[in-house]
Design a protein around this ligand. Sequence first.
Ligand SMILES: [Zn+2]
Length: 304
Amino acid sequence: MKNAGKTKKIIYIVVILVIAIASAAGVNFDKIFGELPESFISTDKTSEASFKIHFVDVGQGDCTLVTCNEATLLIDAGENGHETDVLNYLRSQGIEKLDYIVATHQHSDHIGGLPEVLDEFPTDNIIMPRLTKEQTPTNSTYTAFLKAVKASGAKVISAKPGLIYSLGNATFEILGPVTDDCEDINSMSAVTKITYGETSFLVTGDAEKDEEREIIENGADLDCDVLRVGHHGSSTSSSRDFLDAVTPEICVISCGADNDYGHPHKEIRERLPKYTDEIYRTDILGDIVMVSDGKTIDVSFENQ
Ligand SMILES: [Zn+2]
């Protein structure tokens, strides 16, 4: 039996050597043998950089794309006028359809680009906060968004805590809004936590301190590695209690250069470094892309 084991081992080594030499010479084994035998395929499901989160630079607005295996999630699509940036970015990533869109809330810097996205990319599900009649905007941006949602045929899902979905080998969970009667639309933002292996990412839209408090009180597990900082770094968000619960190792602020709101505000620029010194801004770095192997996160920027 010992010899049989030894022979098997030698055969494996020879096969691996042949594959290595032939691969170096450009031979495509898939074409010769069909699919490679299972023993030669990595069974580590979190390898090969299958998880990516892209914080797309859309000026003063938000747009986050998450891809895992073949699954896709888009959270917001920037302001009116930045549609081309979003469409080009999705095309550059080879996106052909979207499994999920989360429209965090009804302000134009988040949903402005979604009609064009819905028009071009078949979309299965749209998750967004359900508004009362009093909360519902009547402006042309929101009307165009609703029209596009209807035309897309996508399933519309009301954002509420407890919703959990698979995204390839990753999952994402909706943590807010907790209540449905907040007068301020910002604090009706859909808050999304994405988990891949041991790594996690939190995207809060423009949720302000009152929604942050409600999510904490609702018992959500907010601990995350990466925080897309709420409301473009406004001092109306990112309360100390919320940051204490999240304990971010990396913060991303999505805002436009020299924006009219002064985002990110001084208080937040001073507060975040108490939690981490890895703070990245789209107005300075352009598109920010993170790749997770389920344990560690690599960050790269458009403007290196
Ligand atoms: Zn916003």
